[in-house]
Design a protein around this ligand. Structure first.
Ligand code: ADP
Ligand code: MG
Length: 397
């Protein structure tokens, strides 16, 4: 340990960092931690997960496995999570023997859409942003008590939703009743369907000393509820809206006493107003562009924050657009019945292409298989590269 409580990166024997979850976020976290001289332990129940191939020690166990958690706590000086739904109790157990960042309390709020919205509402006086109008729906009585102005709306499960999963659009009361019946008693929240001009996200990094840095605002396009592209600088957010979102994100991170990388999603509405949607207590898909376009990537930043090292420069050195590769791309060719690997050689030949593949064996529709970030001296050149890649892949840009 260094004198200010920081964990030394290049030590002998090595200093170990732990990550709960073995998906692509854990894999990219491991790459960054290792680049800085740390060793990485990954805990995840799925054997052949993306981070297992990058980990220095892979603990293949359930997230709540007390023995595996004890092993990780004993081996690692600090532990973080890449999986939003890791049981908060596991983070609490780890905190007995390692520095845990973000805290179990922060993770627990982000796991529950109602708790999250309550928290955002509590912050509103200082942050200046509110969540979408909403109402908790558990049964017919909740539907009766709901303000009718929430329709048309979006019914979302309170827990375990991601990439648009667990969400149903409901146009009217009959559709809502049907959707609620389909949820089979799972707690839901109905949100008013808002007129979105664009969606943006703000990445904040906050250290254990309370110092925080905010990355440039990122503009996100979703398709079928899944992130499609992230463009930075944002093309459709006014500088005023961008500043308001960044200021709000800093207030929210402060109120949480958050340590690590936090991503907050906002909606900018047709009338220019800003609404806070949700937060991810970890690096986020919309922050992948930072790997290739910023001085310090979101993963390197997570390493620095959890090791209580100085945060890195968040400056963006090049305009960038990130394009997600979903498993659907493997099935784009009508000529062949099975999955066909996209033509990476042609993608790599596009100017400014930085290719990232997650090492997933099986391509499935909707599954995140990788991404490409295009960087260039100008946004016009970045967008030209995006067009070229979309033409190669046979998708609309
Ligand atoms: P997830 O956890 O699946 O990312 P989100 O709440 O972010 O859930 O919803 C996914 C997407 O659905 C959003 O990025 C946005 O495009 C759309 N969406 C969500 N809530 C609303 C809303 N209240 N009004 C309009 N669109 C919404
Ligand atoms: Mg979202």
């Amino acid at each position: 340990m260094l004198k200010n409580g920081a964990f030394t990166p290049g030590a002998s024997p090595a200093t170990w960092l732990g990550v709960m979850g073995g998906g692509q976020l854990g894999r990219m976290f491991a790459h960054s931690a290792q680049a800085m001289g740390f060793k990485v332990a990954v805990l995840e129940p799925a054997a052949d997960c993306p981070a297992s191939h990058a980990a220095d020690h892979f603990l293949c166990a359930d997230y709540a496995d007390a023995a595996a958690l004890a092993d990780m706590g004993a081996q690692c000086v600090a532990v973080t999570t890449e999986f939003e739904n890791v049981p908060a109790a596991s983070m609490t157990q780890l905190a007995a023997s390692a520095f845990v960042a973000p805290s179990a309390a922060c993770v627990a709020i982000a796991q529950d859409r109602m708790a999250e919205k309550r928290f955002f509402t509590d912050c509103a006086a200082a942050s200046g942003v509110l969540p979408a109008p909403h109402h908790l729906i558990r049964n017919r009585a909740d539907i009766d008590a709901m303000p009718p102005a929430l329709l048309p709306g979006l019914l979302k499960t309170v827990r375990m939703g991601y990439d648009g999963k667990g969400q149903v659009r409901v146009a009217n009361r009959a559709a809502l009743e049907e959707a609620v019946d389909g949820m089979q008693g799972v707690e839901c929240v109905l949100e008013k369907l808002l007129p979105l001009a664009c969606e943006v996200s703000v990445l904040v990094a906050r250290g254990a000393d309370g110092r925080a840095l905010v990355y440039p605002i990122a503009e996100n396009v979703h398709r079928n509820g899944i992130l499609h592209t992230t463009t930075v600088p944002a093309l459709h957010a006014s500088p005023a809206a961008a500043e308001r979102a960044q200021a709000a994100a800093l207030v929210i991170a402060d109120r949480l006493d958050y340590v690590g990388v936090l991503c907050i999603e906002f909606f900018i509405l047709d009338d220019g107003s800003l609404v806070v949607n949700e937060m991810a207590p970890r690096p986020h898909n919309s922050g992948h562009y930072t790997i290739d376009a910023c001085i310090t990537s979101q993963f390197a930043q997570q390493v620095r924050a959890m090791a209580r090292l100085p945060l890195g420069d968040v400056r963006q050195h090049s305009p960038a657009v990130m394009l997600n590769f979903l498993g659907d791309l493997w099935f784009a060719s009508a000529a062949q019945p099975g999955p066909v690997e996209p033509d990476w050689e042609r993608i790599l030949a596009v100017p400014g292409a930085c290719l990232h593949l997650y090492g997933k064996e099986e391509a499935r529709p909707g599954r995140k298989m990788g991404h490409v970030t295009f960087v260039a001296p100008t946004m016009a050149a970045v967008l030209e590269s995006l067009q070229a890649a979309c033409a190669i892949l046979g998708i609309a840009p």
